[in-house]
Design a binder for this molecule. Structure first.
Ligand code: FAD
Length: 620
């Protein structure tokens, strides 16, 4: 497995963050020789902000990365110190597995996986330029001198492009606390006339847990039956811990309000747009003035460090003000800082410049993934890295691009959103972004995507064997459930909530009735006892949505057809009658690759779409 020819394409990945490691690993697993160039090898896999992986929408992305044999889920399960399935009381489609990490263990796990990946070499250094020959990117230039020639480059430089760190009125150049920014690379991208913008994000101070009064705080334990992030894991690898909850109060709000003019984000020092869904404490108090309290989760950052992450109070206020408002919070009166909170402002490339394969349309051979594309979050970065890694290899080896559909993955939804509509604020994933979310569940990511990874020959034997076995178990359960139609009276008598004179139903139909759990079917389908219990639970989840899935199928088929209807490169949008000048300009700039892509462009109308379809048909 993973045999790589000496003549295999050489791919250079720039950046060892979450996008970079997935890109490097995916390209290597797909069959490339890979060089990962990063500023600090010891910082590979660092979590710049919150010590957690997964969550709503994000848990789906982690499972999808894992379904392709990626790093994130496996590393997270080696380092998870508290597991919680978010939205547990709601349906499986919107449940999000999440685990809090021991930062050092997570970083160590990522580095170990990278070190064990065949045909992957890590070089410490700064990339300052690209080698471009005949309009194609064919290498990178290192600051220490020398060129690395290759068949494709993936930039995953995160928050480092022209990064500026803000604490109150103090500003320093940096990619994140303690690391230098990448200014030469940013200049280069401006020089290439790529559409660029500026975004910002922030992080809270880190507290010394030994100075927190835990006894006064509400404890938050993890789940009793932890749900793992990787399909290969069965139980947490390390000791589990509790978190705690506290709240801001009127005094906290007064301190923040009185000092808003000293906040980098509010004093006009920062021009970039911040993440709406991850607001700073300044944002919360200024924008939600009617709320007199906000919840703060106190999350230990590991088993051997005193560092605690106060989730919910990211800030760019001066350090003395941060200390004042933290001391006003119950349990934190004497809390000491290990690191102040800060905001960071950085350049990003408008992802509308990219194809669905994450390749820069105007510059073949250059792929972009992660926060450089205007997203926020480890999971969003990792998922893009995976796709860029696969596609850099495919492009260099003459294969057709790997483009995931909105109909089969959250990754497909995210990339389509990014390249079709661009970003106006840091983009993060939510389940509400996916129109087919009943099908795109975290629990079935492997069923949806591992077959594609097998086709690309990029997963190892262990994962393939585990997947094949799981599919067999699922099929056995489905066969048993579909084998018999149970008369309604019999189902009623066995305690299932159906009327005694209704139609006969098979096991799948019975499981689609709200609140009917597999245990209720034990007597009616005794063969289930011999089945793998996890497979039975999984099929029960499928059954909940079976009725809705039939209805969604037609819509899904239409989208898949539109995604396959390619608009030729030579097609003249200017020859289409009746398009507004604004829409025409957008179509010519973005050159949508398919009908589905064109239909989702901002400003597209049904009339304009019909005109384009007519023109395409006439052309044929
Ligand atoms: P990064 O993880 O930033 O990795 C970039 C890598 O590129 C680094 O390894 C760096 O060394 C390397 N690099 C850069 N330039 C060069 C070069 N020229 N040559 C070689 N190597 C280079 N996410 C959230 O979801 N919620 C939050 O609240 C949140 N807050 C954040 C607060 C701060 C202060 C920061 C810094 C980030 C925050 N994030 C947050 C974002 C999260 O950390 C990122 O989304 C994620 O790390 C992006 O991954 P990435 O791989 O794109 O980039």
């Amino acid at each position: 497995m993973f045999h790589v020819e000496q003549s295999a394409p050489h791919i250079v990945v720039v950046g060892g963050g979450h996008a970079g490691v997935e890109a490097a690993s995916a390209a290597a697993r797909a069959g490339a020789r890979v060089t990962l160039v990063t500023l600090k090898a010891s910082a590979i896999g660092v979590m710049s902000c919150n010590p957690a992986i997964g969550g709503l929408g994000k848990g789906h992305l982690v499972r999808e990365i894992d379904a392709f044999g990626g790093i994130m889920g496996v590393a997270a399960d080696r380092a998870g110190i508290q597991y919680r399935l978010l939205n547990r009381s709601k349906g499986p489609a919107v449940q999000g597995p999440r685990a809090q990490m021991d930062r050092e263990l997570f970083k160590g796990a990522v580095q170990a996986i990278i070190a064990q990946t065949k045909n992957l070499t890590v070089i410490e250094g700064q990339v300052v330029d690209l080698v471009i020959r005949s309009g194609k990117v064919t290498g990178v230039v290192l600051q220490q001198g020398g060129e690395l020639l290759c068949d494709g480059v993936i930039l995953t430089t995160g928050t480092f492009l022209n990064g500026v760190i803000h604490i109150g009125t103090e500003t320093t150049s940096g990619g994140r606390m303690g690391e230098r920014a990448a200014t030469k690379l940013a200049d280069l991208l401006y020089g290439l006339n790529l559409p660029m913008g500026r975004l910002k994000t922030g992080t809270p101070p880190r507290l010394d847990g030994r100075t927190i009064d835990w006894d006064r705080l509400e404890r938050q334990p993890g789940d009793e039956d932890p749900v793992m992030l990787s399909f290969l894991s069965s139980a947490p690898a390390v000791r589990q811990i509790d978190c705690a909850i506290t709240h801001t109060n009127a005094r906290t709000h007064d301190i923040v309000r009185e000092n808003l003019n000293k906040s980098a984000m509010y004093s006009g020092n920062i021009s970039g747009v911040g993440p709406r869904y991850c607001p700073s404490i300044e944002d919360k108090i200024a924008r939600f003035a009617d709320k007199d309290s906000h919840q703060i989760f106190l999350e230990p950052e590991g088993l051997t460090t005193p560092s605690v992450y106060p989730n919910g109070i990211s800030t760019s206020l001066p350090v003395d003000v941060q200390q004042d408002y933290v001391a006003s919070i119950v349990g934190l009166e004497k809390a000491e800082f290990l690191q102040p909170g800060y905001a960071i402002e950085y350049d990003y490339v408008d992802p509308q410049a990219l194809s669905h394969a994450l390749e820069v349309k105007a510059l073949p051979g250059l792929f972009l993934a992660g926060q450089i594309n205007g997203t926020t979050g480890y999971e969003e970065a990792g998922a893009q890295g995976l796709i860029a890694g696969i596609n850099a290899f495919l492009a260099a080896s003459g294969g057709a691009p790997c483009v995931l559909s909105r109909a089969d993955s959250y990754i497909g939804v995210m990339i389509d959103d990014l390249v079709t509509r661009g970003v106006s604020e840091p983009y993060r994933m939510f389940t509400s972004r996916a129109e087919f979310r009943l099908q795109l569940r975290a629990d079935n990511a492997d069923q949806r995507l591992t077959p594609k990874a097998i086709d690309l020959a990029m997963i190892d034997e262990q994962r393939k064997a585990a997947f094949d076995q799981k599919m067999q178990h699922l099929e056995s359960v489905r066969l048993i459930l579909r084998s018999t139609k149970v008369a309604s009276r019999k189902a009623h008598e066995s305690g299932i909530n159906v009327s005694a004179d209704g139609p006969a139903r098979d096991g799948m139909e019975l499981l689609s009735i709200p609140d009917v759990r597999p245990a209720a079917l034990a007597e009616l389908f005794p063969d289930l006892q011999d089945c793998d219990p996890q497979a039975v639970e999984q099929v029960a989840k499928e059954a909940i949505y079976a009725n809705y899935l039939d209805r969604q199928q037609r819509e899904r088929d239409r989208l898949l057809k539109d995604e396959q209807s390619v608009i030729p490169d030579t097609f003249q949008f200017s020859a289409v009658r009746g398009l507004s000048a604004e829409l025409l300009e957008k179509l010519e700039r973005q050159r949508p690759e398919t009908i589905a892509h064109a239909a989702r462009l901002e400003g597209m109308t049904p009339v304009a779409m019909n005109s384009i379809l007519l023109a395409l048909r006439t052309k044929d």
